[in-house]
Design a protein around this ligand. Structure first.
Ligand SMILES: [Zn+2]
Ligand SMILES: [Zn+2]
Length: 87
């Protein structure tokens, strides 16, 4: 299974982001970022699984609101081509 979060850089999924506190010697915020991908330190987002291929979507994704389904670029492109062929 996939984790709750997907790294946007390396594409791995995980349940618990790596967290730390970057105080820069100050007592109060702002802290610029205090969590990241535990594997590569990259940005991450909640895991969204493609309804076409079932893989986590790490890039842009397209949501078809009527169907309530989400597709990665590749699957959406394939669906678009299919629908165009059917007319
Ligand atoms: Zn990563
Ligand atoms: Zn897909």
């Amino acid at each position: 299974m996939y984790g709750d979060y997907t790294c946007l850089d390396c594409g791995r999924t995980f349940d618990v982001p790596h967290r730390w506190t970057e105080r820069h010697g100050f007592i109060s915020p702002p802290y610029e970022r205090n969590s990241c991908c535990p594997y590569c330190g990259g940005d991450y987002a909640r895991t969204i699984l493609c309804d076409g291929c079932g893989e986590p979507i790490t890039g842009d994704y397209v949501q078809i609101e009527i169907a309530g389904k989400r597709y990665c670029d590749q699957c959406f492109l394939m669906r678009s081509l299919d629908e165009n062929e059917k007319g």
